[in-house]
Every structure is written in C-alpha cells, then in structure tokens.
Design a protein around this ligand. Sequence first.
Ligand code: UDP
Length: 392
Amino acid sequence: MPARRTHTRNDWLVVGSGLTGATFARCLAEEAGASVLVVDQRDHIGGNVFDSLDERGIRVQRYGAHIFHTGSADIFEYLSRFTDWYHYEHRVLADVDGQLVPVPFNFTSLDTLLPERSGALQQALLEAFPGTARIPVAQLARAATPQLRELGEYIAAAIFRNYTAKQWGRPIEQVDPTVLERVPVTLSYDDRYFRDEFQAIPAGGYTAMVEAILDHPLISVALQTDGATEHQRRPDARLLWTGRVDSFFDYRYGELPYRSLRFENTPGTRWRELPAAVVNHPGVEPFTRIIDHSYFAAEPTATTTLTYEYPAAYERGQNEPFYPVSDAISTAMYQKYAALADRTGVLFGGRLGDFRYYDMHQAVGRARTLADTVLHGRADPRTIARSIRRSA
Ligand code: UDP
C-alpha cells in the first residue's frame, strides 16, 4: 500500500475497510475535505471481498466468490474510477444426481433432467407466465395447474431443499423467502446467473480496487485495530460503524444470528478445471459448492485453485459472521438495535451494521447514500422510514 499521511486528528472514524467503509471514507474525503481514519480488525483491507495471489499464483477470494453485478450505470461508473474490469458473465452448474445442469434452473436444465416432458413443460410455463423472464420457485409451486405445481416441487427438491438446509442450518420452510428469490427459475435458455447489464470482476482484483478507493491524501488506514477502542480514543470524531450493530451496543438485546462458512482450498491441475466457475452441490454432501478461481482471471493461468465451501454454525470469536439470518425474532431484535442506533448519532452500514444481505453494488450504493446524508444534511432514508413506521 502507498505510504499515507497519518492525521493526528480525524473528522471521521470509519470502522471496517470493506466496500461500505472504503466508499464512505472516499466520499467524505473527496467531497467534504474531511480527514478520515479507517480502521479494521483484520490484517488486510477489503472486508469479505479481499483477494490475494496464493502460492500457485492464482488470485483467490479468501471469503468466497464475489462477482460484481449491477443494473446501475452510476454505481458501475463510480467504481470504474478505481479499477479496470474483466467483463465476465457468471454461469453456475448444479450437480443433480450426477447430471450437470444450469442454475438458475432453466430450459436446458429441463431438457437434461426431464427430457421426455421438457417441451410440454416449457410451453405450459410460457403460457402461464407470459412476458416473464424469471419466477421464484415458490411462485411456481403455487401455480394454477397441477402440472406446474409438480414442476415447482420437483425443482425445489432437486436444487433448493438440501442446499438451503445446508447453507442456513435449518429447513427450507424456515428460511426467509427473499433469500430463495435471489435464484429464480429462468423461463428461457438464458444461463446467466445474473441478468444485470453490468457484470464484471476488477481486472487487478478486489483488494487493488479497494486500495485505490482508499488511496486519498485525507484517508489513513490502520489495520489490526479495534474499532471500539479507537472510538473511545477519539470522542470528537464522527463515526461510521460497519461492524456488527449488536456488538457496538454490547449485545444488550441479545446476539443477532449469523451463518458462517468454512473454505477448503485444494490445488487444481489446469486452467478452468471445472466445467463452470461454480459447481453447486444440492445433494447430501456437506459442502454446497466448489469454486474454480481460474475463471475469474482475465488471462489464462497455468493451473487453478479449487475452493470447497462448507456452511457452518457461527460462533463468536471462532469464525466469521457471513450471512445475517433473517427471521421474525432476529428482525424484531434488529429493530430494537436500529432504534437505539438512531438515537446515537453514529452511522451504521454494511451487512453487519445494517444486518442485511447486501450484494456489492448495494453496499456501495448504501455507502454513497450515507455520505450524501452527511454532506447535504439530509436524514438517512432508513431512519426516516423507521420513524414513519414507529409513528404509524
Ligand atoms: N440456493 C439453492 N440452491 C442453489 C443455489 C442457491 O438452494 O443451487 C438457495 C440457497 O438457499 C442460497 C440462496 O438460494 O442461500 C441464495 O443463493 P445465492 O447464490 O444468491 O447465495 P450467495 O452467493 O449469496 O451465497
């Protein structure tokens, strides 16, 4: 990292150097001339988008595969200030009882798994959902005709039931339906994982992009630094906290639930060893997917590294909180923390600070909105929404 001027007095303290913290710091430094100290408890910047070259020279994303995608030209252009892109369209296959089929489930998946009935089912789908590109599997399972309801059940069983139970550590019925809606059924042969106009991976990796975002004379960065301690040392600095919101308040209403992951890396033998960048395993094996990192490099590499992804219970201090687990109890608990947060004057953001399942473009968008509220004296739209709900 380039040497930075360390400011003795900072206008802002940003806890967490992931996409949210870095983007916010950049906006404040650049647009308000604020001096910002960004601290992170880890020994690297970038939060969960951190990547680095491993011993085989393969760029590996240490916290799981991240593929940038957005429909927002504005957000894509913003990040393009900090990186060149490898334009990459993500495709995923699932191993269903030994047959590899596209996920999201599409017409190719139908042809492969139900060859006898595929034509009739495609026609029925197009008639039942005219002009619709993708539908949630739950909607299919509630379709008007028994034929389509049965198909919905079939897809749920083949692709979602085991995978979701493994991923979330609870039966599919107890998982927030919006989580499954992220991977709807595609009513065509389109086999892209995302349909967004902008899909890409930073050509030099995510870490280099975040480094460029933070590379501003008014921003200093301190790694392996505890955010709460730093906050106490700097009572005059305003604070953006992208760590866990419950930890900020010493867990006074209880611990918000998270799901964790364990990654097992193994050497591959050749470039693009797997038939797709990600192969999902919706069966009974304990891992959910295998990632072939060589797909994410702009240039062919001599070999590859494969990562097996194992979902795991989250245990504070033992592993990383990756996914907020959203249900009625955790939402009610989060609302109490959010109400407390509104009264502190501290800003919260990111997956952990907002207790939300953000994609990268959403994290960047949220950080810019937060910066906007500070720069232009507007209230945080989330706070306004909450106060309207409370007074209703
Ligand atoms: N999912 C599934 N089978 C798949 C892919 C996804 O059951 O083959 C479900 C699973 O519950 C997962 C959710 O859909 O948590 C969202 O998938 P996504 O790929 O968006 O998860 P992420 O990449 O964020 O882990």
